[in-house]
Structure formats: structure tokens, C-alpha cells
Design a protein around this ligand. Structure first.
Ligand code: PEP
Ligand code: MN
Length: 363
């Protein structure tokens, strides 16, 4: 299994001078005129900062009886709008019939949606239908935060011979309601980048935020993390959109967002910046301490494990755990650390500690 992708370099995905690669267009194609006027206005307001047009033709909806896309009839609308402004166009495909229709209509790029990315069978079918076809494919993250599943989807296309690949980070679904429609969980695309630096990462702030107020801030965060591009939903009359009305922005607002984005350009290579190097050395030293302290803590945990074993005590003692969390949260607050962080951090420490004690118990 390839653990490294040798992708055909795609200059089109990389930043254009100081700007990200931007894909924009309506959530759904609704009519010929809606697509054409949206696309023309996007180009008019975006000042050369939009490089590709998107539109959904087949819409995978979570619940039945909502608008499920106009279907194949919309493909020429999208293609013609792209031609009118001289930009490539992309649509979402979820099965081999969609692929066939998209190719027949000269669609330039395909993307796979979050609900499709969760199914290896569906992904394999789409990948198989693209054997021998030279077309770029963008793969959204699966709706659940599973990096392996996301990478697996990329591998399936890669093994089918598609070498022009990129991913779209659109956030992850969760049961709890948060301010986001899909939580960014930036650590997941950051880990993807660490493991496969050659895969371009486009961020979709529209499906992440779920409301238009969040688009700018999420786009800026994506830039600050060094991702390559943005996919933003824009509609000529967002409030009247047949799908995702709350998160779509007017082409005018899209232009404002793109103009306001700050894409930081390093003034000098970071390894020439002495103060940064010094601060990084201090961070490295602290990280070493943290690891040494954690090892020492696990050693004590093992001793406790011995005692528990001798005295017939269970590994997990709920009261003690509650006490640890309470102390740590209070202590964390005095140092400006959030309760959320302390909880997550100590849950990790606690589960590692249980692993160490279990080993002692099994002996
Ligand atoms: C979309 O981009 O319109 C879409 C359906 O997105 P997702 O697959 O991320 O939900
Ligand atoms: Mn949408």
C-alpha cells in the first residue's frame, strides 16, 4: 500500500501569488439563469481571485423530501456559465452514473461529498468508473472525524490512476450542537498535512460554519494554518436558495471576504529568524520536560497498579478520577488554560495510565 502519494503537480491548486486557490459558486444549480447570473457576478466582484466554479447537481440530503438537485439537466448550465467567464467548473458525483453524465458534459473537475466519503464501496465504484480518465478529483472529508477513512478514499482514487488529487476539509459532524454546523477540528487536516504534505488541502468554510457570519473568520483561520485554498458557496439571492440558504453569501460579499483575507507571506525564511529559533528551542525544552514528567507519572501509576493488585482494588476509581479532574481544572484556570483543554488532556493521560496499570495487573 502506497503511503506516499506522488501526485502530478497541480499548479492550479496552489496559491496564486499571495492568494489562495478559490472555488466559488452556488450550493445547488437551480436554473440556467440563476447559475449564469451568479457566476457572472462572482467573477465581477471577485477581482480575479476566484479560479474555479462549483455547483451541486445531485444533492445528497440528510433527510428525504428536501430538494435533491436538478440532476443531469443542470450540467450544461454549469458548463456554459464556466465557459462564459473562462473558468473551469466542478460538480459533486456520488456514483458512476453521475461520473458518466459529468464527463459527457465536459465538466472539468469532480468532487466527492462528505456523505459519500464515508462509504468505501461507493468510493471504490466511483474510482473504478474513472479508470483511464484524466480528470482532477477533490475528496471531502467523511462526515465523521476519521482520518484513516479520508486517506483511504484518496488511496482508492490514486490506485485507480487518478493522480490529480486534492482534499476538501469541510469540518466534522457531531451530536452536540456547537456554533459550527460541522466542527473544524483543525488538528485532523494538520495531521493529514504532516503525513502527506504533497496533498493540497482546500477548506470549505461554508459547510463548516453553516451560517454566513462565520465564513470570513473560518477562511482567515484556514489561511493562517497555511492551507492551499477555499471553497465558498455563493448565490445571487442567498436567502432564496433551495439548499443551504443560511450559509451562502452574495457574490458581492464573497468579493469583500476575499479582499479582506490576509495571506501572510514570510518576509525571510523562518530558519533565519533568530528570535523565533530561540523561542522554538525553549518550546522544545519544555516539551522534553513534559515527556519526562509524564514518564515519571506513568512509573508511579504502575506502582499504584501493584498496590491495587495486591489489595484487590479495581484499576478505575471513579472518585479519585473526579478529584484529579477537579484539581487540574482549578489549577489550569489559574494558568489561563481552558476547562475543555484540561479535560481532554487529562483524559488522554488517564487512559495511558490505565494501559500501564492493566499491564501490571495482567502480569
Ligand atoms: C456541498 O458542497 O454542497 C455539499 C453537499 O457538501 P458536503 O458534502 O460537505 O456536505
Ligand atoms: Mn451546500
Amino acid at each position: 500500500m502506497a503511503n506516499k502519494f506522488e501526485l502530478i503537480p497541480l499548479p492550479i491548486w496552489t496559491k496564486v501569488n499571495t492568494h489562495p486557490f478559490v472555488i466559488a459558486g452556488p450550493c445547488s444549480a437551480e436554473g440556467e439563469e440563476q447559475v449564469m447570473s451568479t457566476v457572472k457576478e462572482i467573477v465581477q466582484h471577485a477581482n480575479g481571485k476566484v479560479q474555479m466554479i462549483r455547483a451541486g447537481i445531485w444533492k445528497p440530503r440528510t433527510r428525504p423530501n428536501s430538494f435533491e438537485g436538478v440532476g443531469e439537466i443542470g450540467l450544461p448550465w454549469v458548463k456554459n456559465a464556466g465557459r462564459a467567464v473562462g473558468l473551469p467548473v466542478m460538480v459533486e458525483v456520488a456514483n458512476p452514473e453521475h461520473v458518466e453524465a459529468a464527463l459527457k458534459n465536459d465538466i472539468d473537475v469532480l468532487w466527492v461529498g462528505a456523505r459519500t466519503a464515508v462509504s468505501p464501496f461507493a468510493i471504490q465504484e466511483i474510482a473504478d468508473s474513472l479508470k483511464g480518465v484524466d480528470i482532477p478529483v477533490l475528496i471531502k472529508n467523511p462526515i465523521n472525524p476519521d482520518l484513516e477513512l479520508w486517506i483511504g478514499a484518496v488511496e482508492r482514487f490514486y490506485q485507480s490512476g487518478i493522480k490529480k488529487l486534492a482534499v476538501i476539509h469541510r469540518g466534522f459532524s457531531s451530536y452536540e450542537k456547537t456554533v459550527y454546523r460541522n466542527q473544524p477540528m483543525w488538528e485532523i487536516p494538520i495531521e493529514l498535512r504532516r503525513r502527506y504534505p504533497e496533498i493540497p488541502i482546500i477548506v470549505d468554510p461554508s459547510h463548516m460554519g453553516g451560517t454566513r457570519d462565520l465564513i470570513y473568520i473560518l477562511s482567515q483561520q484556514a489561511m493562517d494554518m497555511g492551507f492551499d485554498g477555499l471553497m465558498i458557496e455563493s448565490h445571487i439571492h442567498p436567502d432564496k436558495a433551495w439548499s443551504d440558504a443560511k450559509q451562502q453569501v452574495t457574490p458581492e460579499r464573497l468579493g469583500e471576504i476575499l479582499n479582506a483575507l490576509i495571506v501572510r507571506q514570510p518576509k525571510i525564511p523562518t530558519n533565519n529568524l533568530q528570535p523565533l529559533q530561540d523561542l522554538r528551542s525553549r518550546i522544545d525544552r519544555i516539551d522534553d520536560y513534559i515527556i519526562e514528567l509524564l514518564s515519571e507519572r506513568m512509573g508511579i501509576s504502575e506502582e499504584i497498579g501493584e498496590l491495587k493488585k495486591e489489595n484487590g482494588l479495581a484499576i478505575h476509581q471513579a472518585e479519585r478520577w473526579a478529584q484529579i479532574v477537579k484539581r487540574a481544572v482549578a489549577k489550569g484556570k489559574t494558568g489561563g488554560l481552558t476547562e475543555e483543554f484540561i479535560l481532554k488532556f487529562f483524559q488522554q493521560i488517564h487512559s495511558e495510565s490505565i494501559v500501564h496499570q492493566s499491564k501490571v495487573m495482567e502480569k
